[in-house]
Write a protein that binds this ligand. Structure first.
Ligand code: NDP
Ligand code: X2W
Length: 349
C-alpha cells in the first residue's frame, strides 16, 4: 500500500528539522511541501544548511497553520520544549497529523512535565491522545494515530537496552543505573557556553545530575513494562564528538542468566525489527558503528562475580534519537514497512 504523503517540517533551521528533511528526501512515499522557520521565513533553506541544496521547496515558510493545512498532511515538530504544547492542538484541529520530536507530549502526567521541564504542560486531552512512539516496543499502538510523541534520544538508547530484560524479570528494576553520554549535537544548533568549542573540546563532563528531563520519561516506560513503579539513577555526560549516544547500564540479575542468555533473549524480543542489532558475546558496540543511521546496537556482559549485567546501547542521537525514529513512526502511522526510506548503513569511519 502506498500513496504520496505531503510533509511539513517546523523547526527546519535546527538540527532535528534538517535531519528530517535530509532523510525524507530519500523516502519513496513522502513529498516535502513546506519547510518552516519562525525567524527566517522567506530565506532559502540552503542559507542555513548548504548541504540541503536540492529539496523540492527551498524557501522557508512562515508558521501559519492554515497555510500548512493547505499544503501538507503531516507535520514534524522539531521545536524547543513548550512549542508543541500550544501548537499541536491547532495543527490537529486543522486536520493535520503531528509527529512531535520535542518532549512536550511524552509524559502522561502534566505535573511531572512541569516539574522536570519547568514549563506549562500540554492539555490533558493532548497528553492522553498522544502515543509514545518507541517503535520497537510500543509500535503496534502507532498505526492509524494522528499524534505521536517521538521518544527522547537518551530514552531511546536506554529503553531499547533495558526493556526486554525488565519485561522478562531478568533484572531487578530497582537496581538499574544508567550512565549515558551524548555528542554535542544533542544540545541543538543554538550557541551557548555549554557547547562552545573551547569548553567541550578535550573535555568530559557530567550535567543535569539527578535533574535531567529524560528521567521521568525513562521511568514512565520502565514502570509500564515492569507493571510497578520504577525509579532509576540516570546521569548524562557531554562528550567532545558531534553525534552519538552511548548508554552504559548496570543492573542486578534475577535468576541465572549468562551473557549468551541475554543475547538470545534480546534477539528473540527484537526478531524482525531491523533497526536493533545485537552484538555477539565479548563485543559491545561503539557510537561510530551507528553514526548517520537509524540503528540501535546493543551488547551485553554478565559479571558472575557481582551478579550484575552491563548493557551497552548506542544510537545516533539525531537519527534514531530524533529524525529517523520520527520517520519510522510516520511509516507505522501509515501502515508502511517501518524501514521505508531508512534502511541505509551507518557512515564509517
Ligand atoms: N538534537 C537532538 O539530538 C535531539 C533533539 N530533540 C528535541 O527536538 C527538538 C529540536 O531539537 P534541535 O533540532 O536539536 O534544536 P535546534 O535548536 O537545533 O532547533 C530548534 C528549531 O526550532 C525553531 N523554533 C524556535 N522557537 C520556535 C517557536 N517558538 N516556534 C516554532 N519554531 C521554533 C528554531 O527555528 P526558527 O527560529 O527558524 O523557527 C530552531 O531552528 C527539541 O525539543 C529537542 O529537545 C530530541 C531528540 C534528539
Ligand atoms: C547534549 C545535550 O544537551 N542533549 C540534550 C538532549 C535534549 C533533548 O533531546 O531534549 P528532549 O528530548 O527533552 O526534547 C539534553 O541533555 O538536554
Amino acid at each position: 500500500m502506498s500513496h504520496t504523503v505531503r510533509a511539513a517540517i517546523i523547526g527546519a533551521t535546527g538540527y532535528g528539522g534538517a535531519e528530517v528533511i535530509r532523510l525524507l528526501q530519500a523516502h519513496p512515499y513522502v513529498h516535502i511541501t513546506s519547510v518552516i522557520s519562525t525567524s527566517n521565513a522567506g530565506a532559502p533553506l540552503a542559507d542555513h544548511f548548504p548541504h540541503l541544496q536540492e529539496i523540492v521547496v527551498d524557501r522557508l515558510d512562515a508558521l501559519d497553520v492554515e497555510l500548512i493545512a493547505g499544503k501538507a498532511d503531516v507535520v514534524f515538530l522539531a521545536t524547543p520544549a513548550g512549542v508543541s504544547a500550544e501548537l499541536s492542538p491547532k495543527l490537529l484541529a486543522a486536520g493535520l497529523k503531528v509527529i512531535d520530536i520535542s518532549g512536550d507530549l511524552r509524559l502522561k502526567s502534566s505535573s511531572e512535565y512541569e516539574q522536570w521541564y519547568k514549563k506549562p504542560a500540554a492539555s490533558a486531552d493532548m497528553l492522553e491522545r498522544s502515543v509514545y512512539g518507541l517503535c520497537e516496543v510500543f509500535g503496534d499502538e502507532v498505526k492509524g494515530q494522528d499524534l505521536i510523541a517521538n521518544p527522547g534520544c537518551y530514552p531511546t538508547a536506554s529503553l531499547l537496552g533495558l526493556i526486554p530484560a525488565v519485561e522478562a524479570g531478568w533484572i531487578d528494576p530497582s537496581t538499574i543505573i544508567i550512565d549515558a553520554k551524548s555528542g554535542v549535537s544533542g544540545a541543538g544548533r543554538g550557541v551557548g557556553l555549554g557547547t562552545h568549542y573551547a569548553e567541550v573540546n578535550e573535555n568530559f563532563s557530567a550535567y543535569k545530575v539527578n535533574k535531567h528531563q529524560h528521567i521521568p520519561e525513562i521511568e514512565q516506560a520502565l514502570s509500564r513494562v515492569a507493571g510497578k513503579p520504577v525509579v532509576t539513577t540516570f546521569t548524562t555526560h557531554l562528550v567532545p564528538m558531534t553525534r552519538g549516544i552511548m548508554s552504559t547500564m548496570y543492573a542486578t540479575i534475577q535468576g541465572e542468566h549468562s551473557t549468551q542468555d541475554f543475547i538470545d533473549k534480546y534477539k528473540a524480543y527484537y526478531e524482525g525489527r531491523k533497526f536493533v542489532r545485537i552484538r555477539q558475546a565479548g563485543k559491545t558496540p561503539a557510537t561510530k558503528e551507528v553514526t548517520g543511521s537509524n540503528y540501535c546496537d546493543i551488547g551485553f556482559a554478565v559479571d558472575e562475580r557481582t551478579n550484575r549485567v552491563t548493557i551497552v546501547s548506542v544510537i545516533d542521537n539525531v537519527v534514531k534519537g530524533a529524525a529517523g525514529q520520527a520517520i519510522q513512526n510516520l511509516n507505522l502511522m501509515y501502515g508502511w514497512d517501518e524501514t521505508t526510506g531508512l534502511l541505509f548503513s551507518p557512515v564509517y569511519p
